[in-house]
Design a binder for this molecule. Structure first.
Ligand code: COA
Length: 254
């Protein structure tokens, strides 16, 4: 199973479990993650959600074979269901990033309440490198969190950055030794789960209130652009180049 759902002590964990493919996320996995969040939202015994990954990577982002052969169609596609659920999720979400986090592997973190990463973790947003544009409202949230120029550098160049920069940009809370990460976040989630659920819910809702409709609107605008760019020749060239283990050649496109 590529996504595991685990429950303990009021914490529901959604675990990316496709380590041989660096936890690249397929449509089926987005659907399971969206369903897991729905279950966590509706079940009153779940106080906190933990997002983590098995293996050395957090996620290599969207599965590129899916992008090439079965791109998301319409706003009901599993990826957009997942993004809507995580962005509007009413209970605390804690995330643990053990290694590389690419594309949506990074942008989904902008919707988590607390993010901890291994000191060796690496982040990247290679949308332009793939002929795509930002998603998950990252074109709104990253400039807001990190400042415009820093967000522009990451979103326009797609260059990878380390955990210290992610902390400075404001979307990672802290860095830990990889071997200590899981125990640390489990403990954090357990502590939150012991607090009054209503206080957590109201506090989160108050913090998110001013931007929730903006986030929804931006995700829709991005999704429309993204869907068009996914089937354009620039992106097809980038995906094919990845699987052929060569550099993409964009020189023939204007
Ligand atoms: N989609 C599909 N398969 C992927 C993938 C993705 N996004 N990322 C990695 N894989 C697969 C590789 O094809 C490889 O499969 P194979 O063993 O059958 O050849 C396996 O996962 C391991 O990947 P590899 O590239 O050998 O690992 P690495 O440690 O050298 O590099 C990454 C890890 C994440 C830096 C690199 O795999 C990468 O750049 N992936 C693409 C990321 C991306 O562009 N995502 C989309 C963002 S919008």
């Amino acid at each position: 199973m590529d996504i595991l759902i685990e429950r303990a002590d009021g914490v529901l964990s959604i675990v990316l479990n496709r380590p041989d493919k660096k936890n690249a996320i397929t449509a089926a996995m987005y659907q399971e993650m969206a369903d897991g969040l729905y279950e966590a939202e509706k079940d009153p015994t779940v106080r906190v959600t933990l997002l983590r990954a098995n293996g050395s990577a957090f996620s290599a982002g969207n599965d590129l074979d899916d992008f090439l052969n079965d791109p998301p169609k319409g706003l009901d596609a599993p990826v957009f269901q997942f993004l809507r659920r995580i962005s509007a999720f009413p209970k605390p979400i804690v995330a643990a990033v053990p290694g590389v986090a690419v594309g949506i592997g990074t942008t989904m973190l902008l919707h988590c309440d607390m993010v901890y990463a291994a000191s060796t973790a690496k982040f990247s947003l290679p949308f332009a490198q793939l002929g795509l544009c930002p998603e998950a409202a990252s074109s709104l949230l990253l400039p807001r969190t990190a400042g415009y120029q820093r967000a522009a550098e990451k979103l326009l160049t797609g260059e990878a950055f380390d955990v210290n920069e992610a902390i400075a940009m404001g979307f990672v809370n802290g860095a830990l030794e990889a071997s200590e990460l899981d125990a640390y976040v489990q403990n954090k989630a357990k502590k939150l789960a012991a607090l009054p659920a209503s206080s957590l819910r109201v506090t989160k809702a108050l913090m998110k209130r001013s931007q929730s409709s903006e986030v929804t609107a931006r995700m829709e605008t991005e999704a429309e652009q993204f869907a068009q760019m996914l089937i354009a020749p620039e992106a097809r060239e980038a995906f094919q180049a990845f699987f052929e283990k060569r550099k993409p050649d964009f020189t023939r496109f204007e």
